[in-house]
Design a protein around this ligand. Sequence first.
Ligand code: FES
Length: 153
Amino acid sequence: VRSGQVSLTVNGTRRTVTVDNRTSLLDLLREEFGLTGSKKGCNAGACGACTVLVDGRRVNSCLTLAVRLEGTEVTTIEGLADGDQLHPLQQAFIDEDAFQCGYCTPGQILSGIGCIQEGHTGSPEEIREWMSGNICRCGCYVKIVRAVEQTAG
Ligand code: FES
């Protein structure tokens, strides 16, 4: 088994670690860095619960090899609030009551931020399409879309 060293920035903090080449970003975040906000649903790229931003782009962290992230900036749910001030989309999820069990919520919010930054918020249908990789078993889609729409403005 081979391993490699990687330096990346996670939520504004520079980190240098030695990782097994097979370690996913999700496992690095959860097990090495203790950032358990990103969830492991399917661990196979099908549910979106593990969604984070890498250099501002949405990725399924369960499918992303940590060793390939040299020099990147990773943003997780833990990095969104500024002290007590929630990110606008976090606040919108509360205002719109856009979750039930909450398991998919971190991934939904990171995906929603990506969706807004990519400009795919022209209509509820467009938001649904561009967030279709994020599954909500409680079926909160209407409210999730509303929260994204409200934040996009
Ligand atoms: Fe990564 Fe499901 S845990 S997509």
